[in-house]
Design a protein around this ligand. Structure first.
Ligand SMILES: Nc1ncnc2c1ncn2[C@@H]1O[C@H](COP(=O)(O)OP(=O)(O)OP(=O)(O)O)[C@@H](O)[C@H]1O
Length: 319
């Protein structure tokens, strides 16, 4: 028995050719993934990378073509029901809720689908309504709510079975910044209760802020799994050096040194960023600056966004 919340090995999924789609399409081409319990694990990748396909297999909605996937120790094919009763799914789209029915009745309905008894279902429903901050709107129809409120109902629905593992597919898409922050704060609380989340998102700042680990996939293959803090160190990309300079001479010297790819001015006037050509040249850049009497130095590894862009490259826009 594994201690991992999600353990995926050699997972492939081919969508077979059919009328209207004459060619078979390989959405996942041998993915391995480990998700440590009690964390938010980010799943990143451009459109069509295979993220939704992976999440659908993990939530037992779709069968794999090859390979294995276990969720909370249970095989998604052989122990489908064990997986289903222990997971929650929150998809960013509007599916899964009855627009003309109240928040409360929607949740009661999902509680009964989950097999909760009337009393437990009612209790859980009231708890979750409170939890997601919708007590005053509980009798409103879902169609009368704002997008952010609907997302909260989705989250409440995903939590109705008190799942240990929650799959979130772009949960903050379309939310205003304040609503997105609220949503993230709520995730933080849920995390503290010992749940595990697999979060699909296109928002790299969100991933960097929320996730302990991130996995990047593209064209059905894994490009990287990394701890978010170490993500910048995963690439050969060299660090940057930020420094204050009053004198253009220093900038010219640096630019002519062959040690940097470029020097650019940052938001603050007089503060610059030099990108070293390699890890080795970084030391020489620092020495050169120090020799010029510049002491206000700080180095930083590439951000998640920079790493992502380097991995995915111009595939970001191409499908
Ligand atoms: N039902 C389907 N039938 C055929 N091909 C499909 C089906 N669902 C997805 N695909 C294909 O599988 C590939 C992966 O799609 P998937 O939806 O998993 O990507 P994604 O990473 O979730 O993309 P996005 O970020 O756009 O949501 C794509 O090429 C897509 O066209």
């Amino acid at each position: 028995m594994t201690d991992l919340a999600v353990e995926v090995r050699g997972l492939r999924r081919v969508y077979q050719a059919r009328r209207g789609a004459p060619e078979a399409r390989t959405a996942l081409d041998g993915i391995d993934l480990d998700v440590v319990p009690g964390q938010i694990h980010g799943l990143l990748g451009p459109n069509g990378a295979g993220k939704t396909t992976l999440v659908k297999i993990l939530s037992t909605v779709l069968l794999p073509t090859e390979g294995t996937a276990r969720v909370l120790g249970y095989d998604v094919v052989e122990h489908r029901q064990d997986v289903r009763t222990r997971i929650g799914t929150v998809f960013g789209s509007e599916r899964g809720l009855y627009a003309r029915v109240s928040v409360r009745r929607n949740l009661l309905f999902w509680a009964s689908l989950y097999g909760l008894s009337g009393r437990v279902g009612r209790h859980r429903t009231e708890q979750l309504i409170e939890r997601v901050g919708l007590a005053e709107r509980a009798d409103d129809r879902v169609e009368e709510l704002s997008k952010g409120m609907v997302q909260r109902v989705h989250l409440a629905r995903g939590l109705i079975g008190d799942p240990r593992m929650v799959f979130l597919d772009e949960p903050t898409t379309g939310l205003d910044p304040v609503a997105a922050l609220d949503f993230r704060a709520l995730l933080g609380e849920l995390l503290a209760e010992g749940r595990t989340f697999l979060l699909t998102t296109h928002d790299l700042d969100e991933a960097a802020a929320l996730c302990a680990e991130v996995t990047v996939i593209d064209r059905g293959t894994l490009l990287m799994t990394s701890n978010v803090r170490d993500v910048g160190r995963r690439l050969a990309a060299p660090d940057r050096v930020d420094f204050d300079a009053e004198d253009n001479m220093v900038l010219e010297k640096l630019r002519g040194s062959g040690l940097v790819n470029g020097v650019s001015e940052l938001d603050k006037p007089g503060r610059y960023r030099a990108e070293a050509t390699s890890k080795e040249s970084l030391t020489s850049v620092i020495r050169l600056l120090a020799d010029e009497g510049i002491t206000s130095l700080s180095t930083s590894p590439p951000t998640l966004e920079e790493v992502y862009l380097q991995l995915v490259g111009d595939r970001g826009m191409a499908v």
